[in-house]
Design a binder for this molecule. Structure first.
Ligand code: ADP
Ligand code: MG
Length: 392
């Protein structure tokens, strides 16, 4: 079969619910290997304020209106399509295929008793049929359920891209994304895909955003300015790090279920009447410290017996890169572990585009009937072709 070159638009909206990232990715006729993936352009389209609020309340809701959720599904489909169309206009390129992650409203990776049967469940919303109709090309969506049906946790899925782009014969790579949640992919030097370890390390920006909103009425601590003027409350930090999520062994996944409203309420309570800036600084330190702890406990030590890995580097991406204090705290915590901090941008992949690029790559694999979960990362019993296809 002769394949044609293809442009795929990857569309990602993460747990921060800040908006939509679109990446236009070119695949040559003979794809294979890291040089095959070429980023043509990427754009960020923030959600309108009302949409962000609706998404956040749907995620946090104990009860929600079915009608509103159904409407939100179609509304997000239209917003995703418009984001793709705007990106196509900006870069004067047209996609042949869209890969859309959707907005996660609920993710429960462990089977729990429900109506007499144990079930795990995940739900990404954003109607793919609406995207396909509006953009005029097929859409691959709903990537997580196939991995869960194969016994996996449905997450993380980005390790497929991390392994493709960042594996190195000599240097161990820790590919760390700091979005709403922080997650890492650890690739020992010269590893094959079965040796990749990936898991969520805990909160990324989620707790920082929430305490900044609660105390300052601002959506985020821009540049880490507030944290810069405060100091870490060590006793609060230590007590929060005893949370059972941090003590659990990988693989593990986190979301608003672990670090959403309830966690933040307890966090603020533990901070008591300390200065507001100290509270934000402590939330920032929680992200930095929990990442470094995970690296120390599960990555660097786990692979020390592995003689091929002469050194470890962390490659950082996600919105958290823009928080200078977070980056500084992270670097300080990594130095004693002998891990050098680098940025995804330095290696040719803009840090805000990475996850959107990942969903373009996963869509491309699905379109070609190839599996793209990493079973060692998700815990799946077998490789699975991910997603569902909606035709235009
Ligand atoms: N200029 C900035 N300063 C500090 N934090 C920022 C800045 N820009 C983005 N962020 C943080 O990054 C988050 C979005 O990161 P992103 O990688 O898009 O996460 P997600 O994948 O969860 O949507 C925002 O919610 C915010 O906390
Ligand atoms: Mg985002």
């Amino acid at each position: 079969m002769i394949k044609k070159p293809m442009i795929v638009a990857g569309v990602m909206s993460g747990t921060s619910a800040d908006g939509i990232n679109v990446a236009l990715v070119h695949f040559p006729a003979r794809a294979g290997g890291r040089n095959a993936v070429k980023l043509l352009g990427h754009a960020e389209c923030p959600y309108p304020g009302k949409v962000r609020s609706a998404v956040l309340s749907a995620m946090n809701a104990r009860q929600a209106s079915v009608a509103d959720l159904a409407r939100l599904n179609f509304l997000l489909g239209v917003l995703y399509a418009d984001a793709v169309l705007a990106t196509q206009r900006r870069f004067r390129r047209k996609a042949d295929l869209v890969g859309c992650h959707g907005q996660t409203l609920y993710h429960q990776s462990e089977p729990l008793l429900f109506l007499g049967r144990k079930v795990a469940a995940t739900w990404q919303t954003g109607e793919a049929a609406a995207i396909a109709a509006r953009v005029g090309v097929p859409v691959v969506s709903d990537f997580r359920p196939a991995d869960m049906a194969a016994g996996g946790k449905g997450a993380p899925l980005v390790p497929y891209l991390d392994y493709l782009l960042f594996r190195d014969p000599k240097i161990g790579r820790i590919v760390q994304n700091v979005g709403g949640i922080a997650n890492l992919t650890a690739i020992p030097a010269g590893a094959d895909a079965s040796q990749v370890l990936a898991f969520d390390t805990g909160p990324g920006n989620m707790v920082i955003d929430a305490v900044t909103e609660a105390l300052y009425g601002k959506a985020l601590d821009r540049g880490g300015k507030i944290a810069a003027s405060g100091k870490t409350l060590e006793h609060v930090l230590r007590s929060r790090l005893r949370h059972k999520f941090f003590r659990a062994k990988p693989p593990k996944t986190a979301g608003r279920e672990e670090f959403g409203r309830e966690f933040v309420r307890e966090f603020l309570h533990a901070c008591g009447r300390h200065h507001k800036e100290d509270v934000v600084a402590t939330a920032t330190a929680l992200t930095a410290r929990s990442i470094a702890d995970a690296v120390g406990r599960y990555v660097v030590t786990g692979f020390t017996a592995d003689k091929k890995t002469s050194a470890w580097e962390m490659i950082l991406s996600g919105g958290g890169v823009k928080n200078k204090i977070l980056v500084r705290m992270l670097a300080e915590n990594l130095t004693p572990l002998g891990v050098r901090l680098r940025f995804s941008d330095e290696l040719g992949l803009p840090s805000q585009a990475k996850e959107a690029v990942a969903f373009a790559v996963l869509a491309y694999e699905t379109w070609n009937h190839r599996p793209s979960n990493v079973p060692s990362a998700t815990g799946a019993k077998r490789p699975a072709v991910l997603g569902k296809i909606s035709y235009a």
